[in-house]
Design a protein around this ligand. Structure first.
Ligand SMILES: Nc1ncnc2c1ncn2[C@@H]1O[C@H](COP(=O)(O)OP(=O)(O)OP(=O)(O)O)[C@@H](O)[C@H]1O
Length: 228
């Protein structure tokens, strides 16, 4: 599903965020990305949805080398990938329903498909009754559920979650993990960058640890491995 070969990323300010990453992630896997702040986790996930381009090396998603896409074809890459952020990034002036529908409108789904699918994914994440509310009327955990619904609305093959529980209290975080596990159980590959020792050590998955832009550990059912 995802392959990186010899991936380096140096930003324009001269900071090298990835320094020779080789990795293979299969379809349907659930992977935690861990490592100290500034280690390169966000840069790693940005490689996958083409948020950034590698300086050198190859990134393949679904067997397609991302460098073969032209800029205007990037939306095509993004259709395969849903992204969930720490700060939810919902559109404040749109209702919950509209926030999720928007993701489908931009890919020109028909109104009927949109109606059915929006309610289906809101139901899946347990927030159907909030369809008419606005984001600021929801708790943080509820907003993150909406963000997950939006990310999975067009049935992406991969969901990338960059610290999805970073702004949530522990109890709410477990609920979000349950939703991500449900999504994974339906076959979607999940890659989640996290600083949560409790989550990684409790819900065991493959753990990839990054330090100074390199993978230093890659372990099925591994521990978080850091003190904080
Ligand atoms: N757009 C950018 N321009 C310049 N440098 C950047 C950019 N984005 C990240 N960096 C630098 O690249 C390095 C890796 O950052 P990255 O955000 O990938 O780390 P991270 O592991 O996700 O950190 P955190 O856990 O704090 O989110 C850091 O030194 C950071 O300052």
């Amino acid at each position: 599903m995802i392959d990186m070969k010899g991936v380096h990323k140096t930003y324009s300010n001269g900071v090298t965020a990835l320094n020779g990453v080789d990795v293979h992630i299969d379809s349907g896997e659930f992977v935690y990305l861990v490592g100290p702040s500034g280690a390169g986790k966000s840069t790693f996930v940005k490689m996958i949805f083409r948020g950034e381009k590698p300086s050198t090396g190859i990134v393949k998603v679904d067997n397609k080398d991302l460098s073969t896409y032209k800029e205007r074809q990037i939306p095509k890459v993004r259709r395969k990938i849903g992204v969930v952020y720490q700060d939810f990034k919902l559109l404040p002036k749109l209702t919950i329903y509209e926030n999720v529908a928007f993701a489908l409108e931009v890919i020109e789904e028909t109104p009927k498909v949109i109606r059915d699918r929006v309610m289906e994914v809101l139901d899946l994440v347990g927030i159907k009754d909030k369809a008419r509310s606005f984001p600021d009327e929801l708790s943080g955990g509820e907003q993150q559920r909406v963000a997950i619904a939006r990310a999975i609305a067009n049935n992406p093959k991969v969901v990338i979650a960059d610290e999805p529980t970073g702004n949530l209290d522990p109890e709410t975080s477990w609920g979000i993990m349950k939703v991500l596990e449900d999504v994974n159980n339906k076959g979607t590959t999940i890659i989640m960058a996290t600083h949560s020792k409790e989550i990684v050590n409790t819900i065991k998955k493959r753990v990839i640890a990054i330090e100074n832009g390199r993978i230093v550990r890659d372990e099925a059912g591994g521990d978080y491995g850091y003190e904080i």
